[in-house]
Design a protein around this ligand. Structure first.
Ligand code: PLP
Length: 445
C-alpha cells in the first residue's frame, strides 16, 4: 500500500498515487508491475512515448559533455540548432526563439516581450492582454492573470491584476440558429467589442489556445473565427499570441495548430510536447522585427537561469528528430481521425456523452445529463474524477476537468502519444468502453 505522499507534487489531494516505475512507448508501469496506457500522454506531454532509446542516447551523449553552461557566458550548439530547427517549422517570419523551462514561463516571456516591444515603439499605454474564458495559460501570477479558470484564479485575485476576458467560442453549447461560420464570427466580434470597451490604445495583445486544452476540453472554433481574430488584431495593432503549449509540436496533426487555418500569429508559445517529457523545456517564438526592436531598445529585460540549457535543448532536438523520423505529425492526423470516429461511436451507446470534439490527437468528450439542452451532470456525481478513477483502476489514464463556458461541466481528454497505433486505439477504446459502462451502472437511477 503506497504511503501518504510528502512531495510537493501531490497538492490537490492527500490520496496516495501508485509509485511510478518505468515507461515504455504508450505504457507506464507502477512498482507492483501494473500496466497503464498513458491515454493522456500525462498532461498532453509525452508525445513521442516513453523511454525512446534514441532520445535517451542523445541525452546521455550530451550529459557526458556538459549539462549546463550559463546563457550569458556561452552559446551552445544544441541551443542554436534547436532554435533553427524550431524556426524552420514555424510560419515564415516567426524565426526568433526564446527558450524557457515550461509553459507558464513561456507565456510570461511572450507577454513581457510584447510589452517591451510596445514600449520601444513609443506605445507605452498598451499593457492589457485580453484572453478568453475559459482558458488556461499557466500558474504563475502573470499567466494566471490571462487564465480564465476560476478555481485557480479566484483565490489569488488580490495578488494579481486580472486581465480582460472574452467568452471562448463554446459553440457546441449554443442553441441559436446560426450556421457554424456565423457562430465563429459572433465569437470573434467579442474581441472587437472588448478592445473598444477597454480602449484600443491600452490593449497590448490577445492570447488564445487555437485548440483548447484542459480548461475547455479540446475546444475548436469554426474556421471563420481564426481569420477574423487575426483581422481584428491587425485593425488595432494588437499582437496575437497563440498559446500552443498543448496544441503544438504536432499534437493536432500540424506542427502548430495555426497551420490548420493558415494564420501567422505574432508570437507562439510552445512547451509540453516540445521536449515531450524528456526534459523541462518551453519556448516563446517571435517575429524577428519584434525581437530586433527590443534588442535595439536595450535588450529583453527577462530570463531564467535554466533557460536554453544544452541538455534540455538536446532533448528537444532529439524529440523533433523523432517526430520527423516517425512521421508523427501525419500519424496524429490519421490516428486522431480514427480515434475521433471511435469516440463519436460511443455516443450511440452512452446518452450521457453530449459532445466529442478536438483536432488530431487533441480530443475530448463531454458528459451531460441531457444532450438536447447540454445540461451538465449534477456536480455531486463528481463524474470528472469518478470516471477517471474507474479508468485508472482498469489501466487507462485519461485527463478530466469540470469547467466549461459560463458554467460547469465534465470533460475528458483522450490524447495518447502521437506514436499510437490502430491496435493500441482498439485497446484504449476497449478499456474506455468498460469504464463508461461501469460508470453508467453506477449513475443509473
Ligand atoms: N498554456 C497551456 C495551453 C497549457 O495547457 C499549460 C499547461 O497545462 C500551460 C500554458 C502552462 O504550462 P506549464 O504547466 O508547463 O507551466
Amino acid at each position: 500500500m503506497p504511503t501518504a505522499p510528502v512531495s510537493n507534487l501531490f497538492y490537490q489531494s492527500r490520496q496516495p498515487r501508485p509509485m511510478l516505475d518505468r515507461g515504455e512507448g504508450i505504457y507506464l508501469y507502477d512498482v507492483t508491475g501494473k500496466r497503464y496506457i498513458d491515454g493522456s500522454s500525462g498532461a498532453m506531454v509525452s508525445n513521442i512515448g516513453h523511454s525512446n532509446p534514441r532520445v535517451l542516447e542523445a541525452m546521455r551523449r550530451q550529459m557526458e559533455k556538459a549539462t549546463f553552461g550559463y546563457r550569458l557566458h556561452f552559446q551552445s550548439e544544441p541551443t542554436e540548432r534547436l532554435a533553427s530547427e524550431t524556426a524552420r517549422r514555424m510560419p515564415a517570419g516567426l524565426d526568433r526563439v526564446f527558450f524557457v523551462s515550461g509553459g507558464s514561463e513561456a507565456v510570461e516571456s511572450a507577454m513581457k516581450l510584447a510589452r517591451q516591444y510596445a514600449v520601444a515603439r513609443g506605445e507605452g499605454t498598451r499593457w492589457k492582454v485580453i484572453s478568453r474564458h475559459p482558458s488556461y495559460h499557466g500558474c504563475t501570477l502573470g499567466a494566471l492573470a490571462v487564465t480564465g479558470y476560476d478555481p485557480l484564479t479566484v483565490p489569488f485575485a488580490p495578488m494579481m491584476r486580472e486581465m480582460p476576458k472574452i467568452p471562448a467560442p463554446t459553440c457546441y453549447l449554443d442553441r441559436d440558429n446560426l450556421d457554424p461560420a456565423a457562430r465563429g464570427l459572433k465569437y470573434a466580434e467579442y474581441l472587437r467589442d472588448e478592445i473598444l470597451r477597454q480602449g484600443p490604445e491600452s490593449v497590448l495583445a490577445f492570447i488564445m489556445e487555437p485548440v483548447g486544452g484542459a480548461s475547455t476540453g479540446a475546444l475548436v472554433a469554426p474556421d471563420s473565427y481564426y481569420a477574423r481574430i487575426r483581422e481584428i488584431c491587425d485593425e488595432f495593432g494588437i499582437l496575437l499570441i497563440y498559446d500552443e503549449v498543448m496544441s503544438g509540436a504536432g499534437r493536432t496533426g500540424a506542427f502548430i495548430a495555426a497551420e490548420h487555418w493558415g494564420i501567422v500569429p505574432d508570437l507562439v508559445v510552445l512547451s509540453k510536447g516540445f521536449a515531450a517529457g524528456y526534459m523541462p523545456l518551453g519556448a516563446a517564438v517571435a517575429r524577428s522585427d519584434i525581437v530586433e526592436t527590443v534588442l535595439d531598445s536595450g535588450g529583453f529585460l527577462h530570463g531564467f537561469t535554466y533557460a536554453g540549457n544544452p541538455l534540455a535543448c538536446v532533448a528537444g532536438l532529439a524529440v523533433l528528430d523523432e517526430i520527423e523520423r516517425q512521421d508523427l505529425v501525419a500519424n496524429a492526423a490519421t490516428m486522431g481521425a480514427l480515434l475521433k470516429s471511435r469516440l463519436d461511436g460511443l455516443m450511440e451507446t452512452y446518452p450521457f456523452i453530449g459532445d466529442v470534439r478536438g483536432k488530431g490527437l487533441l480530443l475530448a468528450f463531454e458528459l451531460v445529463s441531457d444532450r438536447a439542452s447540454m445540461r451538465p451532470l449534477p456536480k455531486e456525481l463528481n463524474a470528472h474524477s469518478r470516471l477517471v478513477e474507474i479508468a485508472y483502476e482498469r489501466g487507462l489514464i485519461v485527463y478530466s476537468r469540470r469547467t466549461r463556458g459560463g458554467y460547469e461541466g465534465d470533460h475528458f481528454l483522450v490524447c495518447p502519444p502521437l506514436i499510437v497505433t490502430e491496435t493500441q486505439i482498439d485497446e484504449i477504446m476497449g478499456l474506455l468502453d468498460g469504464a463508461l459502462s461501469q460508470f453508467a451502472d453506477e449513475i443509473a437511477p
